[in-house]
Design a protein around this ligand. Structure first.
Ligand code: ATP
Ligand code: MG
Length: 414
């Protein structure tokens, strides 16, 4: 059993718009146990569409297409499908009535051109579209089941849920469940994490465990396939436990959880307040914390102090430290955190300083070097790290490093 997702539209092949339908559809199909073997994207060209449908119907059991069902001349899906199936186009009275009614409801007369949206390859089943003029198409071509839906994501989502999923089940396609669990870690590199979990990430392990790195966050994905949801969950649970056990506090969250979400949650749980003094991150730490709903309960504010002058004046960093060690140094990171902690009167303060590049840096602290500090009632600790990456990447990762030091401090706090 294998499916192919076919995205139709010149706005996609020209790069004007990103094909997000394929991603969405592949996830939904996986959830019902249908693996996707191919993604194809094709421009609004009849011969190319026919070729793509022909190839897809020859190699997949299920072909899920989106786009090209509009009323304009460049909408060719129904024609292409009729050609591939070797049948003509016939009008569906109910679909025509629905399209007319949609226009009438807005006090307009249906343009003649929209009539083509009521045409279907002979033998195909129309799929109603309650939120748009383009009905979908369900049909068989050879041994493949073919479904064509509108390209507009909101129309497609609804049609897939209401019309396609029940038909897939009725056709006996798929079956079983496929679930994914994502566990997020920060602090180690991909290979270090992999070494700790080598027995789990080997190819034939059930359930499958994969590692992905995204902007210094290393995530483990547990992929389980089973007959029932309970069985799939039972596969995932012990593996998740093993991963959490081995990685300890490197694990900061699951699914879409970000470091700032965890920091805000922990601040609330422990009844602590936070402020930030930022140089290299230019406000990114504050920005990310403020993305979390309810941040105002725990985040007091911050200072972006970019020049030496600003660090001295706004944060009280001693001139002598700046002159002697430079702004990118352990003592300055420390003084920044302590300065902002005093200024805002918060429990916990974090600071960032570093060389984002591409220019700058010193022999001892090359481009990519960052110092982050955290200060609270128990003292101040500074962490140094050397990143590889573009200016934006170094900034983003340093902000994460600072948030992570806050997280670790809060975890240990009573
Ligand atoms: P329909 O089948 O509903 O008539 P269409 O192809 O005729 O769709 P377009 O005008 O080409 O309509 O596309 C409608 C909108 O849907 C556009 O904004 C387009 O970018 C978006 N869209 C089409 N296909 C995709 C896709 N694969 N992923 C994301 N967006 C898409
Ligand atoms: Mg289109």
């Amino acid at each position: 059993m294998k499916a192919e997702v076919l995205s139709i539209g010149s706005e996609l092949t020209t790069g004007q718009n990103l094909d997000t339908n394929s991603q969405w559809l592949s996830r939904r199909l996986a959830e019902v146990g249908i693996p996707v073997g191919f993604h194809t994207t094709v421009a609004d060209d009849l011969a190319d569409n026919i070729q793509c449908f022909r190839i897809a119907c020859g190699r997949a059991d299920l072909v899920v297409a989106t786009g090209g069902l509009g009323p304009t001349l460049d909408d060719l899906t129904r024609e292409a499908l009729a050609a591939v199936a070797g049948v003509g186009l016939v009008e569906d009275a109910a679909s025509l009535e629905h399209i007319r009614a949609l226009f009438a409801a807005r006090g307009r007369v249906m343009p003649d051109r929209n009539r083509v949206q009521a045409l279907f390859p002979a033998g195909a089943e129309p799929l109603p579209n309650p939120v748009g003029t383009a009905p979908g198409i369900w049909m068989n071509v050879g041994r493949a089941a073919v479904v064509a839906m509108p390209g507009v994501p909101s129309e497609m989502f609804r049609m897939f849920g209401e019309q396609v999923l029940p038909r897939l089940a009725a056709a006996g396609l798929g079956g079983g469940v496929f679930i994914q669990r994502k566990i997020n870690t920060f602090g180690w590199g991909e290979s270090q994490v992999e070494q700790k979990l080598a027995d789990l990430t080997r190819r034939d392990h059930v359930p499958e465990v994969g590692i992905t790195a995204s902007d210094a966050v290393i995530s483990l994905r547990i992929l389980a396939r089973a007959a029932t949801l309970d069985e799939a969950l039972a596969q995932v649970a012990p593996v998740e436990q093993t991963i959490r056990g081995r990685l300890g506090d490197l694990v900061f969250g699951a699914e879409d959880e970000e470091l700032q979400d965890v920091v805000v949650r922990l601040l609330k749980e422990k009844g602590r307040s936070l402020a930030a003094a930022e140089s290299i991150t230019g406000g990114l730490v504050a920005h990310r914390v403020c993305l979390v709903p309810g941040a105002s309960d725990v985040f007091c504010g911050g200072v972006v102090a970019y020049t030496d002058e600003a660090k001295a004046r706004e944060l009280g960093v001693p001139r002598e430290l700046l002159d002697r060690f430079g702004a990118v140094s352990e003592p300055v990171a420390r003084a920044m955190a302590e300065g902002v902690r005093a200024k805002f009167g918060v429990d916990l303060a974090i600071s960032t300083t570093g060389f984002a590049g591409p220019g700058g840096g010193t022999a001892a602290d090359p481009v990519g070097t960052a110092y982050v500090a955290r200060a609270d009632a128990t003292g101040t600790e500074v962490t140094r790290f050397g990143w590889l990456g573009t200016r934006a990447e170094v900034m983003s990762r340093t902000a994460k490093l600072a948030l992570n030091t806050a997280r670790l401090r809060l975890l240990a706090a009573r």
